[in-house]
Design a protein. Structure first.
Length: 341
């Protein structure tokens, strides 16, 4: 099968640091095809064209690629009904990469060949609303790249936490929990943070760290890193979000951490929290507040050996590249059956 992969986002500065780009590259190794960014705001100093206008300028390119394509595969964080997708001459697989916070346009999504989601929570929501063409497709990572390197716990070592999914905007310092995490760090003198950045707002983060007097305990890494080596130097990894739509349901940095046998910390809004609680390989914070994060970190420290043992047992089991490709094959076969004769 030949797939045309469609994205409404702007091209990332570094595809190696962007989770969806990594997932598409994995698919392309098994299902070749072109990638088309359908955002008409590429190259503009600020977004001018709203999402309803996405894709129309790309139709000549898309229709040309469709001559040799079997399917289209569209990736988007939330279930937004992009009208241009209804004009495409091949079946469309629509992947919602983050959680769903409200009932989507069901009439639109019933016209997609398959609607895929990464987590059971979102799948149950969509099916509960009557969407019968929804399917589960968990992400996959190259688990073999990761090795388990245990670290001594306090008091021999400070508690060391790795945090990725850096903000794209100033507002996301709050919505992605960085402000709350820094406030929590002020009251936990044995907490050390390593923050993986991606070339945007790094100086702003350093200013906030300095203003709070945390420069000796917070490291902002604004360059490409060997993630396995970075995980070897920490006890756990964390991600927070005040609402589901801004974080992937299964953030790659947390999958990487589990593959390295390191427990994870996240809050309940993120759908992966259900998996973490079920498998006992980390801690789920009740909310994104300094107090809730302090409580979760205290729990992580007190029961670290148990969480680390669970992470080591399951970390390379459920999110392999082979499992992701097998799921994609099943989904693409189902979608292809909906092609027009």
């Amino acid at each position: 099968m030949s797939i045309v992969y469609l994205l409404p986002t702007l091209p990332p500065k570094s595809a190696k640091a962007e989770a969806i780009a990594q997932e598409i590259e994995l698919l392309r190794r098994h299902f070749p095809g072109e990638v088309v960014h359908v955002n008409p705001n590429i190259g503009l100093p600020r977004p001018l064209i709203p999402r309803l206008g996405f894709g129309w300028h790309s139709l000549p390119t898309i229709f040309k690629l469709a001559q040799q394509a079997t399917l289209f595969h569209f990736f988007n964080p939330d279930p937004f009904p992009y009208p241009f997708l209804l004009t495409l001459p091949r079946p469309v697989v629509y992947t919602i990469t983050a959680g769903v916070t409200s009932r989507p346009n069901l009439a639109f999504f019933r016209r997609m060949a398959v609607v895929t989601v990464p987590d059971e929570r979102t799948l149950a929501q969509l099916q509960g609303w009557g969407l019968t063409n929804a399917a589960l497709q968990r992400p996959g990572i190259a688990t073999e790249r990761f090795t388990h390197t245990p670290l001594p716990l306090p008091p021999a070592e400070p508690l060391r936490l790795l945090v990725a999914s850096a903000p794209w905007t100033l507002a996301q310092f709050s919505s992605k929990g960085f402000d709350a995490l820094l406030a929590a760090a002020q009251s936990l003198p044995d907490l050390h943070l390593t923050l993986l950045w991606r070339g945007i707002l790094a100086d702003e983060m350093r200013r906030r760290v300095a203003r709070l007097g945390l420069s000796e305990r917070v490291t902002v890494v604004d360059q490409a890193v060997d993630v396995n080596a970075a995980l070897a130097r920490v006890h756990a990894a964390a991600i927070f979000a005040t609402h589901a739509g801004i974080i992937k349901s299964y953030p790659h940095s947390l999958l990487d951490a589990l593959a390295a046998g390191k427990p994870v910390l996240l809050n309940r809004v993120i759908p992966m929290a259900d998996y973490i609680a079920r498998e006992g390989c980390g801690v789920v914070a009740e909310s994104v507040t300094p107090a809730a994060i302090v409580t979760a970190l205290t729990q992580l420290r007190a029961n670290y050996a148990t969480y680390a043992r669970a992470a080591t047992m399951i970390g390379q089991r459920d999110f392999t590249e082979d499992a992701a490709i097998n799921a994609a094959t099943t989904i693409y076969v189902a979608a292809r059956q909906k092609a027009r004769p």
